[in-house]
Design a protein around this ligand. Structure first.
Ligand SMILES: [Zn+2]
Ligand SMILES: [Zn+2]
Length: 331
């Protein structure tokens, strides 16, 4: 996303430079440190119950929402930006979406640490471990360029009070156990991107952020990078945390019965003081088409963790290879 930010020495365009915490001029290299990113100020935890009234809608710039006609992804851009390609599928069929949408602004950001060049090295390394990958990519698939984009991530803090019962086996006898405990859930992450949340592999990458390193939101970090529009609302996101938080709490209950494995846990939980942060976090995206299907590769723009979708069936390809080998024996 281009900010209307011009270089003071040459008038060139200033864009955010991953790993530098700075805006850099694309013509003369003039550098400006972004104060918010080097400050020690924490991201404010927002009160969930009053979110409707307190959530900011101010992005610090004039924004527009564009929608991809191929895959449906919506991205938020600076109003002055000319829409390019869809970062999710590479399509150039981009449309301006409903301009009346009122989009909640993030209150925190994790800036890009991984550069585009580093993303390529990580990707190349990853390819080495993929069966038939180089041949597959060179012969049959069209690999796109890496796109840097911010995606929306909520984190939740909540104090839980729990009472539980369960049973465990000891000396061939079943014993019952009950107990109670308090547990503070801290920065439980929910990805607000439906484009990415449907795939377990990708989800592991986009949940891998060190959220404690988030900084207060500032629009400068979006100079050169668009942001995906959240497709999962705050309430829907909180409602989806049930199974994940339950797993954390069962772990706590089990840790109270150290010698044996606690089973059949029943638990009643009260939640207090629910708080959230709405962060935008960086990813590098790449996609390729193979056999008319779109596959996506994601690199965490902060930690460098990579994963991706990969064709599961190499049917036609393996057959072709087999024929090739057969041919070379016969010939
Ligand atoms: Zn300049
Ligand atoms: Zn698309």
């Amino acid at each position: 996303m281009e900010l209307d930010r011009k270089c003071p020495s040459c008038g060139g365009t200033m864009i955010f430079k991953p790993g530098w915490d700075s805006l850099v001029c694309n013509l003369c290299g003039h550098k400006e440190l972004i104060q918010e990113l080097v400050s020690k100020n924490p991201v404010v935890e927002m009160d969930f119950l009053s979110a409707q009234n307190t959530a900011s809608h101010d992005w610090g710039m004039e924004t527009k929402v564009v929608q991809c006609k191929m895959c449906g992804a919506q991205t938020i851009q600076n109003k002055l930006q000319l829409s390019g390609l869809c970062p999710f599928c590479g399509s150039n069929a981009i449309d301006q979406a409903d301009p009346s949408q009122d989009i909640m602004a993030p209150n925190g950001i994790i800036p890009f640490k991984i550069t585009e060049q580093r993303a390529y090295y990580i990707f190349k390394d990853w390819l080495k471990d993929r069966f038939l990958a180089p041949e597959l990519l060179s012969e049959n698939a069209q690999l796109n360029k890496f796109y840097g984009i911010y995606i929306p991530l909520y984190t939740f803090d909540v104090l839980t009070l729990n009472r539980y019962t369960g049973h465990y086996d000891e000396n061939r006898r079943t014993l019952f156990k009950c107990g109670k405990f308090q547990y503070q859930v801290d920065d439980f992450p929910v990805v607000a991107s439906k484009q990415l949340a449907s795939d377990k592999l990708l989800l592991n990458v986009v949940r891998d952020y060190w959220t404690k390193e988030a900084k207060p939101y500032t629009p400068e970090v979006m100079a050169g990078f668009p942001c995906e529009h959240y497709s999962i609302g705050l309430h829907e996101a909180w409602n989806s945390t049930g199974p994940g938080i339950r797993m954390l709490l069962e772990e706590q209950a089990r840790s109270q019965t150290k010698s044996s494995y606690l089973m059949g846990i029943e638990m009643a939980t009260d939640y207090f003081d629910l708080k959230y942060k709405y962060l935008i976090v960086p990813i590098w995206l790449n996609s390729f088409v193979y056999d008319n299907k779109l596959y996506t590769i994601v690199i965490n723009g902060q930690t460098g963790k990579i994963d991706g979708q990969w064709p599961k069936s190499f049917g036609t390809f393996a057959k072709k290879t087999a024929l090739f080998f057969l041919g070379s024996f016969m010939g």
